[in-house]
Design a protein around this ligand. Structure first.
Ligand code: TMP
Length: 428
């Protein structure tokens, strides 16, 4: 490995913090009755300390800039800091560096406390040896000093600074170490090249090739979500998808029946209320047929390329609805599905547990029922019983969430369980 100590900048290098920072800058400027810059001009606020930016880009006096900063924090402290996203490929790069004995540090113009909170929230802290950032009160932050602090007490042979703004590159030169300009961040190419970084990269893949000599592969991970119609699955799918993307995973969201063109056509057949004459075994085989295509066309290739597949329903729905609801029995439904699945199995299945009466009440308040939703209450009671049996038989695979709780609480519980399992499975 070329370098045994790597100092990363945070905003625009490890995370894309544009949304949160831009929203809070706009909020502060509006509150002060100042003009709001265009989106392109807002990019400049990413990286340097904000008091500096308010003075240089908005012509504020220092006193005004300090006040703007207070306004900014009104929004940033409660929620703005979470509007952030780890760049794709960064998690696995940091993990790989850490596991290869490379010292991984962060030197950022963002206050240290906030930076640590962000790195903790996104689960990156286990790979990081040291974080150096200014105090909450500091108005400026000299990058050379921050790099020095980040590397303090660490013994290394050759260090490099990775950052997306010219101050990162000049800061590295000031400390006498190499630098890599992260061209995928907020700095313009001319800004970065004018200060002569040792390397200029346009992607995390290129960065990985310099730091590791290769692009590390993330293993795929298969998550499915199950429950009765009306259990709040869509809300949780949205929230979990959003959180996984923010954490830096490459997410492939899908659904069953459906998920690809052929399977979506089968879905239409299955859910069409005009197909009331469909016999139970036809129904079970059609669900399996849709699944066979989906597994081969979408799920397997996505997992093989290291994506996290997040699927709304999978074979458990067939076991519960056709096996239980239609009373075809678990064994027959498993037999029908065996060639469709061909060994494809979720790593984790989230079950949103809700009794069938409450689910029914929620459904009738929401939308026009499809063919399955229109079934009698006894059908849904059998589906519920079948799910309970399934979950009990495979507690390792299932995460059970109480669907009566508040949506945000449910999401929180699901995510905590998911991250633990993903980590156990060896994922970054
Ligand atoms: P959705 O409304 O959650 O998209 O699901 C469509 C309906 O299909 C839902 O009522 C559950 C049902 N279903 C089965 O009966 N068997 C299955 O294998 C799947 C995937 C769904």
């Amino acid at each position: 490995m070329l370098y045994d100590a790597v100092v990363f900048d945070l905003d625009g290098t490890l995370t894309d913090s544009y949304e949160g920072i831009a929203n809070c800058v706009v909020y502060a400027l509006q509150k002060m009755g100042r003009p709001v810059p265009e989106e392109a001009a807002l990019q400049k606020y990413m990286g340097p300390p904000l008091v500096y930016s308010f003075m240089h880009y908005d012509g504020m006096t220092e006193e005004e800039a300090v006040y703007a900063m207070q306004l900014y924090r009104e929004l940033y402290v409660p929620s703005g800091w979470k509007q952030n996203r780890v760049y794709s490929g960064i998690r696995v790069l940091l993990k790989e560096l850490h596991e290869n004995g490379v010292h991984v540090c962060v030197a950022t113009g963002k206050p240290q406390e906030t930076s640590e909170r962000i790195l903790e929230y996104f689960g990156l802290m286990p790979y990081i040896d040291a974080v150096a950032g200014p105090t909450l009160q500091a108005k400026t932050a000299d990058k050379t000093m921050l790099i020095m602090r980040a590397l303090e007490g660490i013994s290394y042979r050759k260090a490099v600074m990775v950052g997306d703004r010219s101050t990162d590159i000049t800061g590295a030169a000031g400390y006498g170490i190499d630098s890599i300009a992260a061209g995928y961040g907020y700095g313009e190419r001319e800004e970065l090249e004018s200060v002569k970084p040792t390397y200029y990269v346009q992607s995390v893949e290129e960065l990985s090739r310099i730091l590791l000599g290769y692009v590390p592969a993330q293993r795929g991970y298969f998550i499915t979500m199950e429950g009765l119609d009306g259990c709040g699955k869509t809300t949780q799918m949205d929230a979990v998808e959003h959180a996984l993307i923010q954490r830096g995973y490459d997410v492939r969201r899908s659904r069953e029946p459906g998920g690809c063109a052929i399977s979506e056509k089968i879905r239409d057949l299955l859910l069409d209320v005009r197909n009331g004459g469909m016999c139970d075994i036809t129904e079970a085989i059609l669900y399996a047929a849709s699944r066979a295509q989906h597994v081969r066309e979408v799920i397997r290739p996505a997992l093989a390329s290291g994506q996290v597949v997040l699927c709304d329903r999978f074979v458990d729905s067939s076991i519960a609805f056709q096996g239980g609801g239609r009373e075809l029995g678990v064994e027959l439904v498993q037999k029908i599905n065996a060639p469709a699945l061909d060994g494809c199995r979720p790593d984790t299945t989230v079950y949103l547990k809700l009794d069938h009466q409450t689910a029914l009440n929620r459904r009738s308040a929401a939308s026009t029922p499809d063919r399955i939703e229109s079934e009698k209450e006894s059908f849904h009671a059998r589906v519920e019983a079948a799910y309970d049996l399934l979950v009990g038989q495979d507690p390792q695979r299932f995460v059970i969430a109480d669907a009566r709780k508040k949506p945000e609480e449910i999401t929180q519980e699901i995510l905590e369980a998911l991250y633990l399992r993903m980590e156990k499975a060896g994922m970054a």
